[in-house]
Design a protein around this ligand. Structure first.
Ligand code: PEP
Ligand code: MG
Length: 585
């Protein structure tokens, strides 16, 4: 079961050309499909009769690839920054390297082979050589050569090598999945929406779609096979459907739906500067989850009262090396300054699981979500952790910073992480660097062991933020990325509600505040329950804030609290949903 703010505008057309998926980001988009899938790069080896012609073909493919990469590099530099553009400089270097290109041409002449064969065999030789080197930098070059070779080969075969950064007309991106760096490259001006084969509402492509405010449907299983490049498609991110080759009637229906949604947004926008107060006068905080400093503008536009989760891993992604202390400082300072004293909860690096960093060269794991990730990685790679903590501490004077550690499973981990933080603080003070005095230090509660022992944690932490995206998958033993077990991914299951309640009671018992930054916090069925359980802060995608505020203003906290015992003792998720619907209608 997926959650979302989707129980309005529930009408839809059931049709043959409709593919069902999971509603990942609200809104309706209508545009041509842009397939972001890798082309088939297999080819049949054929004898050649004119080596010069092959060399000419190779030169042409190299030249087109070069022009494309220049464009992508310029776009990336403009949209995401110099650091991210560097990766394409590395690709361009490969393309212009005579030590790489000359052997290809010699091979065509000497062995009488097609350009495709010469390219592939020469590249593979270099890839093998670099891959086996001890030096990490050189191993990275193997990946560059691999990427560039694919691009050139695609041009030799007359196939298009898709690049999100090259899109220059309005499109809907169709892909098997979108990695966070693919999503970061999407041009907000042209990409109207996207639809993917895999993923769920809490996969990072979905989370990014919501911060980019573009409609998205994920987990369709088959969209890449059902849509051809350039075909017209409609993405209904409200219901979670994709309509391929819409009829005139479909177009009319969805254009109206688009308009209704726009009007609904205007209604919500009226509450932008209003506090979040229930009908019986209780106030809660509505904060936003962000991935980059650029997301803050959207948070303020949507009436966010704080940042409840800044996912710092995006600073580490889409580049070839770790971000420096100064780069990080600039990013944290920018977020704190833009928020002008409103609370900003920054989560320390949560790498691992579905968030990989190729340059760290971590070994593959059988169960990455249960593996070497987040705080586990940071405590073993103290230098990486310390750099981030120093950057955060230095930035703390620019606003209202709170620091949060992810994936805490034991008290020892928290104590160890906090000790390192205090150690860095002392060091900075010794160096006469100003650091704020009042930085709260909290943890994400996303592992059942921590939710169960929240009482013990509450004595030592300043706050909790419940990470239900992971807490649900670990409690139900159902991978959040795996659509085959998505029926078990049940936010409203009484097991989850009892854990959440345990954390809230533990926090309040020690006068600590408790927030939730998992997607459940913005869900229209969960909100009344969480309000009744006493949650203090709800942190969600920026676009969910105004619908949530509208909903909360119509709810009585006291009334919802009176249902607490009944809800916690229910047997199934379905009973919970039915009950909440009945009581909030
Ligand atoms: C969570 O697990 O609920 C969470 C907010 O973190 P992430 O989605 O980044 O794992
Ligand atoms: Mg998590």
């Amino acid at each position: 079961m997926e959650c979302g703010h989707t129980n309005f505008l529930t009408e839809g057309l059931v049709e043959e050309n409709m593919i069902e998926g999971i509603a990942a980001s609200n809104g309706v988009a209508i545009a041509k499909a842009y397939q972001l899938t890798s082309p088939d790069l297999t080819f049949e080896k054929k004898p050649i009769d004119n080596p010069n012609k092959e060399i000419e073909r190779l030169d042409k493919a190299l030249e087109i690839s070069k022009q494309e990469l220049e464009k992508i590099k310029a776009h990336t530099k403009k949209e995401i920054g110099d650091e991210h553009a560097e990766i394409f400089s590395a690709h361009l270097l490969v393309l212009g390297d005579p030590e790489m290109i000359n052997p290809m041409k010699e091979k065509i002449n000497n062995d009488n082979v097609m350009a495709e064969v010469a390219l592939e065999e020469t590249a593979n030789m270099f890839i093998d050589m670099f891959k086996n080197m001890d030096n990490e930098y050189m191993r990275e070059r193997a990946a560059d050569i691999q990427d560039v070779t694919k691009r050139v080969l695609a041009h030799l075969l007359g196939a298009t090598f898709p690049d999100p950064a090259l899109i220059d007309e309005e499109v809907i991106v169709i892909a098997n999945d979108l990695t966070p760096s693919d999503t970061a490259q999407l041009n907000r001006q042209f990409v109207q929406g996207f639809a993917t084969d895999i993923g769920g509402r809490t996969s990072h492509s979905a989370i990014m779609a919501r911060s980019l405010e573009i409609p998205a449907v994920v987990g369709t299983k088959e969209i890449t096979k059902s849509v051809k490049q350039g075909e017209m498609v409609i993405v209904d991110g409200i219901e979670g459907n994709v309509i391929v080759n819409p009829s005139d009637e479909d177009l009319k229906f969805y254009r109206e739906k688009q308009e209704t949604f726009a009007k609904q947004k205007e209604e919500w926008a009226k509450l932008k500067d209003e506090p979040t107060i229930t009908s019986d006068g209780e106030q809660v905080e509505l904060a936003a989850n962000i991935g980059t400093p650029e997301d803050v503008a959207g948070v303020l536009d949507n009436g966010g009262e704080g940042i409840g989760l800044y996912r710092t891993e995006f600073l580490y992604m889409g580049k070839s090396e770790l971000p420096t202390e100064d780069e990080q400082y600039d990013a944290y300072k920018s977020v704190l300054e833009q928020m002008e004293g409103k609370p900003v909860v920054v989560r320390t690096l949560d790498i691992g699981g579905d968030k990989e960093l190729s340059y760290l060269d971590l070994p593959d794991e059988l169960n990455p979500f249960l593996g070497f990730r987040a705080i586990r990685f940071c405590l073993e790679n103290e230098n990486v952790f310390r750099t981030q903590l120093r950057a955060l501490l230095r930035a703390s004077v620019h606003g209202n910073l709170k620091i949060m550690f992810p994936m805490i499973a034991t008290l020892e981990e928290f104590r160890q992480a906090k000790a390192i933080l205090l150690d860095e603080k002392e060091d900075l003070k010794r160096e006469d660097v100003e650091v704020a005095d009042n930085i709260e230090v909290g943890i994400m509660v996303e592992i059942p062991s921590t939710a169960v022992t929240a009482k013990q944690f509450a004595k030592e932490v300043d706050f909790f933020s419940i990470g239900t995206n992971d807490l649900i998958q670990y409690t139900m033993a159902a991978d959040r990325m795996n659509e085959r077990v998505s029926y078990l991914y049940q936010p409203y299951h009484p097991a989850i509600l009892n854990l959440v309640n345990n954390v809230i009671e533990a926090a309040h018992g020690e006068d600590k505040w408790v927030g939730m930054c998992g997607e459940m916090a913005g869900d229209s069925i969960a909100i009344p329950i969480l309000l009744g359980l006493g949650l203090d802060e709800f942190s969600m995608s920026a676009t969910s804030i105004l619908p949530a505020r509208t909903q909360i203003r119509g709810l009585s906290k006291e009334k919802m609290a009176s249902y607490k015992d009944k809800l916690l003792s229910m047997g199934t998720s379905e009973e919970v949903v039915e009950f909440v619907k009945e009581k909030t209608e």
